[in-house]
Design a protein around this ligand. Structure first.
Ligand SMILES: CC(C)(COP(=O)(O)OP(=O)(O)OC[C@H]1O[C@@H](n2cnc3c(N)ncnc32)[C@H](O)[C@@H]1OP(=O)(O)O)[C@@H](O)C(=O)NCCC(=O)NCCS
Length: 169
């Protein structure tokens, strides 16, 4: 049975290698080549990480690379801020920890952050047409599909679906 207890915190540059590890586990090779050491120092972006709070899951083999000071990171989500809108750049959860609500919580944290800290209340993102899992996740959180870019992703020729959320809390 899958089991996890997790908390969320803001990431800093010390988590660069861990986020790279999770990115490599989560996306096809050549799709994303994020330089997290730069990304996590940017002034116009913020990344949240989800970390596991149980010893049991800390012992899962192969995931030591995701651990910093006994804190095992299981997912991340990042966003960039502009004047008029914010844009979700990426979200990824380690495979062993999927379908536990981690992705939803990470994206919810980004939405709340924009709501409380930013003037503009529009959040945009783009997602692969074939990525039904991520599209479901965003739809569940209120994002609406409002456009597409044909053959946008070079690694597999998939179209990008554009989605937006207008926050009216
Ligand atoms: C997309 C991703 C971040 C979801 O993370 P997750 O922690 O497993 O998602 P959650 O458990 O929070 O699920 C939230 C919702 O997403 C959708 N979802 C999640 N897994 C799904 C699956 N296997 N099939 C269909 N929908 C799914 C559902 O709507 C789900 O809500 P529900 O549990 O009430 O059905 C994860 O699958 C992942 O890392 N994928 C690879 C990277 C990626 O594609 N990122 C998105 C790029 S735009």
């Amino acid at each position: 049975m899958k089991f996890a207890q997790f908390n969320i915190q803001i990431a800093n540059f010390k988590y660069s290698e861990i986020l790279k590890f999770i990115e490599n586990q989560s996306f096809p090779e050549g799709w994303r080549e994020t330089d997290f050491s730069k990304e996590l120092r940017k002034k116009n972006s913020i990344y949240f990480i989800a970390y596991d709070t149980t010893d049991r899951i800390h012992n899962i083999e192969g995931y030591k690379k995701a651990t910093l000071k006994n804190k095992m990171v299981i997912g991340y989500a990042g966003i960039w801020f502009y004047e008029e809108f914010s844009e979700i750049v990426s979200v990824a959860v380690l495979q062993n920890f999927r379908k536990l609500g981690v992705g939803r919580l990470l994206i919810s944290k980004l939405i709340n952050y924009v709501n409380f800290h930013k003037k503009s209340k529009i959040i945009n993102l783009e997602v692969g047409k074939k990525n039904f899992i991520a599209r479901n996740l965003y739809k569940q959180l209120g994002f609406k599909e409002n456009g597409y870019r044909e053959k946008y992703y070079l690694h597999d020729g998939d179209d990008a679906i554009l989605m937006s959320l207008n926050i009216n809390f």
